[in-house]
Design a protein around this ligand. Structure first.
Ligand code: NAG
Ligand code: NAG
Ligand code: NAG
Ligand code: NAG
Ligand code: NAG
Length: 343
């Protein structure tokens, strides 16, 4: 398995890349409290989606590429928290972000893949052979791109205008990997970030009337996420026509989250907690920018599996497990991963 993406599937790159330039709390307890028992570079209380998928395929949990693991023969994870589809320079040059960003966009991750290739395979034919038997993940990408724009106060129309560019970057990466021999690729769409405690808190701090949907999520933000997903599906459709020998799977990251928030009790989640983070520093959504998970004194809920959201911007292991199951067996992947790779 070779995986590219952001914090939803990162297995340790952000923690390595960010320190000491940025303050890092994700390598402190209670991160990892549910599964590993200690922080393990995942931005969750335990395993993330690609961990469950690796387990199901009988592979070891993927090492993060920046760990310099001596064994990458079964795969490696290039995903890193905060990663964008569009090069980060665009957000910096246009002053859309205040901070210096980590240089971790999709293109940079593809560069890491190129550099690591000699430790995986040596000849063009050998590499193509190897990659044709691997499962690639390209994404999720887009959430960080759109989040920077929303946080910079851009209107829905302005954020929406980025959708074709973001989707084009993802499609180009898929195409580049296919040209290297990849034959099985999973391309996840965007989750409903209009339901995330970070976005909900940010919006409620502004003096404006926001438009909430029937489950309490932000309509404009989720509309852009859905638009991204429709564009991405179209782009995947075009790639399937162009490369009929490949299997390109669209993985739905949107509806599994919505289905939990819609009927939380069915998933063991208390209705009042459906839009609240398990680990956080208080407030309506239990997310507080000055007291985030991992900081001293910030505590987690007793039972993270009774929450959808872990730390404000990321999901609990229980949510990731549900998504992984839906991608492996259906109904949240087209086609489901297990049926696709059995051919
Ligand atoms: C990985 O290798 C690079 C290049 O040799 C080095 O700069 C980096 O510190 C190493 N990272 C870790 C986590 O050991
Ligand atoms: C990020 O790194 C790539 C090469 O890895 C480089 O071409 C690009 O200019 C860098 N971007 C920024 C904003 O530093
Ligand atoms: C590639 O070639 C180098 C030098 O011959 C060798 O040390 C290395 O083990 C080879 N890598 C693979 C994955 O076969
Ligand atoms: C919000 O805007 C209204 C009308 O301009 C003003 O009266 C009120 O004080 C503002 N509230 C906050 C919290 O800024
Ligand atoms: C957020 O955290 C800060 C720092 O701990 C605290 O002063 C503030 O009261 C908290 N806000 C809420 C809404 O809990």
């Amino acid at each position: 398995m070779f995986t590219f993406g952001d914090s939803y599937i990162d297995t340790g790159n952000f923690v390595i890349m960010a320190a000491p330039a940025l303050p890092v709390w994700q390598d402190k307890p209670p991160y990892g409290m549910t599964f590993f028992g200690h922080p393990m570079g995942r931005i969750s209380d335990g395993r993330v989606i690609v961990d469950f998928i690796a387990e199901q395929l009988g592979l070891p949990l993927l090492p993060a590429s920046l760990q310099n693991s001596s064994d990458v023969s079964k795969g490696v994870n290039f995903a890193v928290g905060g990663a964008t589809a569009i090069d980060v320079g665009l957000y910096e040059r246009n002053k859309l972000v205040q901070l210096k960003l980590l240089n971790n966009s999709l293109n940079v991750q593809l560069g890491w893949f190129e550099r690591l290739k000699p430790s995986i395979c040596n000849t063009t034919k050998g590499c193509r052979d190897r990659f044709s038997k691997a499962l690639f993940f390209v994404g999720e990408f887009g959430v960080n791109d759109y989040s920077f724009l929303w946080s910079a106060g851009k209107t829905e129309e302005e954020v929406r205008s980025y959708v074709p560019k973001v989707v084009q970057k993802i499609a180009m990466a898929v195409e580049r990997l296919i040209n290297e021999g990849a034959a099985y690729l999973v391309v996840p769409g965007n989750p409903p970030i209009g339901c995330s405690p970070t976005m909900l808190t940010f919006r409620s701090s502004l003096n404006r009337t926001d438009n909430y949907d029937y489950i309490g999520c932000l309509n404009d933000i989720n509309r852009v996420a859905r638009r991204h997903n429709s564009f991405l599906r179209l782009a995947i459709g075009a790639l399937r026509v162009k490369y009929p020998h490949t299997t390109i799977i669209f993985a739905d990251f949107y509806h599994p989250i919505i289905s939990i928030i819609e009927k939380p009790n069915r998933f063991g989640v208390n209705g009042a907690d459906a839009l609240r983070a398990c680990c956080g520093g208080g407030g309506k959504y239990n997310w507080n920018a000055s007291a985030v998970c991992g900081m001293p004194g910030v505590t987690a809920c007793k039972n993270p599996s009774a929450f959808v959201n872990w730390d404000g911007g990321h999901f609990t292991e229980a949510t990731y497990r549900y998504i992984a199951e839906g991608w492996l067996h259906g109904p949240f992947a087209d086609p489901p991963i297990l049926s696709a790779i059995r051919h």
